[in-house]
Ligand binder design. Structure first.
Ligand code: NAD
Length: 504
């Protein structure tokens, strides 16, 4: 029987979405809406407002007023701390509902959003709690006068102002928390724009911020696609900072658009992260399954930090391929609400065509297709499902080893020694994550230090709320998580004052 998810809409309580401007929910001024089609079935699931340029202007002005005239930036530390903790607890209380909304948005199965920490509601709540902890701990310095004399020199960290937070569709819980947590903790006001492919989850998270007691205008929500909604936001002169997570192409556009008013910009972009598997790996089979898991389970490889390039020593190459193929056979598709479903469809038909194009060119280019490479047929033929795909004997110069495919495709490249492995790993335009599998502790740290990537996991990989996360090179600008993320929502101010009646 063909899969249908329409009944899940009522079960989860999804309702059509509006914009939030200055504490009031309202439709778009021109009445325009977007209809969301589910990636697993192609069915219409719900509609939400498309914010026009004038709606975005209203939202930015509301955030501007809340920043320039409101109490939030100068509120008592406990006001912000307690609000963020209340919000984190509301997220935890509504975890099941939020996971259901996400399944209706992007098709990520409940088995994954419940079981894998980084993509769970609990992780998002932990991120918010973590940032609440910085509110009263980040300060400036007091410095001695450089040229002698009798004056005081000191620095302060002040909130950066109005933040435009633009989110992708693949991990709305975590990415909402990673932006809104530090921005609100620092005293900024925000206009948030979710992806048009995962808006219902974010709409509910914004409602929960209201239930936590956030004053009107401090967070405003504009839904809609890049054109017109995103463009209106990134080009708005009253926005001080754009904090973006998404594709490299849109990241470049944001840097370009920011030039007009020299906005601050943080970018979390894509990757082509390598896993390096040495013959002395603690368990080559587990290394293969973990790597293949990052490109198949849950998000079907639609994760920025999926380890989509396996660099494997020739001595353990066949063993690695065998175990990766075994894992590929365990992936199951279907109703994301069923506990037996382990992986999601591709987000839309455009992405489906794109991934199939990479696979076709990989095959034509001479890489050996070990498994997968085609769509899932039968009852799921209406969905954007592609079978887990492994390419062996890949040359690192091939397109499938260089481009972020954002689908369930692993490229496996052989190597002979450590120097070659490091050279291949760094031969990429990206630099988000990397993994090293070895039991030689000296090699582990030697290689970790030589890799040009923001996060290197030795014999495993984790994203944790207190750790900086972000990319070298074209994987981004800046870091999320930890103190540096909080500081990225502040400006550093220097104040000087004489300690006598003499002027300086
Ligand atoms: P995307 O770049 O297509 O869209 C991201 C957001 O930007 C969406 O809200 C979209 O509506 C908006 N947008 C599109 N055009 C815009 C414009 N001209 N101006 C302003 N906003 C615009 O990305 P996506 O498909 O939603 O997400 C996938 C990408 O995100 C991948 O490249 C992935 O690697 C990356 N990603 C990175 C991280 C990280 O932390 N580094 C995390 C998750 C996803």
């Amino acid at each position: 029987m063909t899969l249908t998810l329409r009944p899940r809409r009522d079960q989860v309580g999804l309702s059509d979405g509006q914009l939030l401007v200055d504490g009031k929910w309202r439709p778009a001024a021109d009445g325009r809406t977007w209809t969301h089609r589910h990636p697993a079935t192609g069915e219409e699931i719900g509609t939400f407002a498309v914010a026009s340029t004038s709606d975005v202007d209203d939202a930015v002005r509301a955030a501007r007023r809340a920043f320039d005239e409101g109490d939030w930036p100068n509120s008592r530390a406990t006001t912000r701390i307690q609000l963020l903790h209340r919000f984190a607890n509301l997220l935890r209380e509504h975890a099941e509902e939020l996971r259901g909304l996400q399944a209706l948005d992007n098709g990520v199965p409940l088995s994954f959003s419940a079981g894998v920490y980084a993509t769970s509601v609990g992780a998002a709540a932990d991120v918010v709690d973590h940032h609440a902890g910085w509110v009263d701990k980040v300060g400036g310095q007091t410095l001695p006068p450089y040229q002698g004399g009798d004056h005081l020199a000191m620095t302060f960290r002040e909130p950066i102002g109005v933040v435009a937070a633009i989110l992708p569709w693949n991990a709305p819980f975590l990415l909402f928390a990673q932006k809104l947590g530090p921005a609100l903790a620092a005293g900024c006001t925000v206009v948030v724009k979710p992806s048009e492919f995962a808006s219902f989850t974010v709409l509910r998270m914004v409602e929960l911020l209201g239930e936590a007691g956030l004053p009107d205008g401090v967070v405003n929500l504009v839904t809609g696609p890049g054109d017109p909604t995103g463009e209106a936001l990134i080009t708005h002169p009253l926005v001080d900072k754009v904090s973006f997570t998404g594709s490299r192409a849109v990241g470049r556009r944001i840097v370009e658009a920011s030039a007009g008013t020299l906005k601050r910009v943080s970018l979390e972009l894509g990757g082509k992260s390598p896993t390096l598997v040495f013959p002395d790996a603690p368990d080559v089979g587990m290394a293969a399954m973990t790597t293949m898991g990052t490109v198949t389970m849950g998000l079907s490889g639609q994760a920025c930090v999926a380890h989509t390039r396996a660099l494997v020593h020739r001595d353990v190459y066949d063993q690695f391929l065998g175990a990766a193929e075994l894992l590929a056979g365990m992936v199951t598709y279907g109703d994301p609400f069923e506990p037996t479903t382990t992986a999601s469809p591709l987000i839309n038909t455009r992405q489906l065509e794109r991934v199939l194009g990479f696979i076709e060119r990989g095959r034509d280019g001479g890489a050996r297709l070990v498994c997968g490479g085609e769509r899932v047929a039968g009852d799921l033929a209406e969905g954007n499902f592609v079978r887990p795909t492994i390419f062996a004997d890949v040359d690192n110069g091939m397109e499938i080893a260089r481009e972020e495919i954002f689908g369930p495709v692993l490229a496996v490249v052989p190597f002979t020694d450590e120097d070659e492995a490091v050279r291949l790993a760094n031969d990429t335009e990206y630099g988000l994550g990397a993994g090293v599998y070895t039991t030689d502790v000296k090699r582990a740290f030697r290689v970790a230090r030589r890799l040009r990537a923001g996060t290197v996991g030795i014999n495993g990989f984790q994203i944790e709320p207190h750790l900086p996360f972000g990319g070298f090179r074209q994987s981004g600008l800046g870091r999320e998580g930890g103190q540096s993320a909080f500081e990225a929502y502040t400006e550093l101010k220097t104040v000087l004052m004489p300690l006598t009646d003499e002027m300086m």
